[in-house]
Design a protein around this ligand. Structure first.
Ligand SMILES: [Zn+2]
Length: 336
């Protein structure tokens, strides 16, 4: 496992959202250390800021200019919960850079984790919101595509729907976006019937779950929805928007996952990547606001890559998963 990070992650302060705190960065890195102590071999890698063309493959130039200028002027805000300080542009471009380098690392054969903040999955082409400035997963996906990778999938297990990632690929289908999230919940998007538009139809796959859902329900979403779609799509590269706010101890989310649940998600996806001959998965830190839960869950994710995958089989009678299957079944034979 290669871990990509930069100390600038701790210098970004979003004073409008205390829970997305600088302390999340060392807490996540402590999770990496825990995995190392448990015997996983980890190599720490530095990263560079994402180059401007890589950012412009996803974001509107005027929006990038706005972020850079706000930070240069000492800070400001882009939404009611999303503020920048003087270091935010540097931190955000390094977070996207870490995602790019993690994807490159995976493409050369090693599983990777980009540990950085601010997170990214709520940021769209021309907007930031929900603590997110640049969409790190989308930037990494577009970078991989520009280097010749044809099939990229982003799986988002953050408790919130990744509306920004969905928006970016909604009408083009360039990247397969899959999300499991709490609903109804912020940001309000991610209905099972949101399946993409135009060329993108069938390439957005949402499983909204009611609050208080536990690992048993997530296992149904993996076995009955994500795994069959991914088997059929056969991504060459799988990026995971790894948020940890569906943990039962999280300050924002209302789900009931345990730290170990994320290890089982990771091992299931790693096994799937091997099965479809993709490169090892890439994990990108999104949310997760209880520091202890964040540490434990990051450790579990990394350790999960070396564990046997859980033997989850779809029962066929979990209502939100059935709804998601029905919505996507016109596009994916494996769901019919
Ligand atoms: Zn979240």
């Amino acid at each position: 496992m290669h871990v990509y990070s930069d100390p600038a992650s701790e210098r970004h302060v979003n004073h409008m959202a205390g829970v997305e705190s600088p302390e999340r960065f060392p807490a996540a890195l402590t999770g990496v250390e825990e995995a190392e102590r448990a015997g996983v071999e980890v190599e720490h890698r530095p990263c560079e800021p994402a180059p401007r063309p890589a950012l412009e493959a996803v974001h509107a130039p005027a929006y990038l200019d706005q972020l850079e200028e706000l930070a240069a002027s000492g800070g400001g805000y882009v939404d009611f919960d999303t503020a920048l300080n003087a270091h935010s542009w540097e931190a955000a471009t390094l977070a996207s850079g870490a995602a790019i380098e993690a994807a490159e690392g995976a493409l050369s054969g090693t599983a990777a984790f980009a540990i950085s903040r601010p997170p990214g999955h709520h940021a769209g082409r021309g907007y930031g919101m929900g603590f997110c400035l640049l969409n790190n997963a989308a930037v990494a996906a577009e970078h991989a595509r520009s280097s010749g990778v044809e099939r990229v999938a982003i799986l988002d297990w953050d408790v919130h729907h990744g509306n920004g990632t969905q928006d970016i690929f909604y009408a083009n289908g360039d990247v397969l976006y899959l999300s499991v999230h709490q609903s109804p919940f912020y940001p309000g998007t991610g209905d099972a019937r949101e399946v993409g538009e135009d060329r993108g139809r069938g390439f957005t796959a949402n499983v909204p779950l009611p609050g208080r859902s536990g690992e048993d329900v997530y296992a149904e979403a993996f076995a009955g929805f994500f795994v069959p779609i991914l088997r059929e799509y056969r991504p060459e590269l799988l990026l995971v928007s790894a948020g940890y706010d569906a943990h039962s101890d999280d300050l924002l989310g209302g789900m009931r996952l345990e730290s170990a649940s994320f290890g089982r998600f990771a091992s299931r996806l790693a096994a799937l990547a091997r099965e479809v001959e993709a490169v090892p998965p890439v994990f990108l830190l999104e949310g997760g606001y209880n520091l202890n839960a964040l540490t434990e869950s990051v450790a579990a994710t990394i350790q999960g890559l070396e564990e046997e995958p859980p033997a989850w089989e779809y029962s066929g009678d979990t209502r939100p998963v059935e709804a998601a299957r029905k919505a996507l079944s016109p596009f994916w034979e494996s769901l019919r």
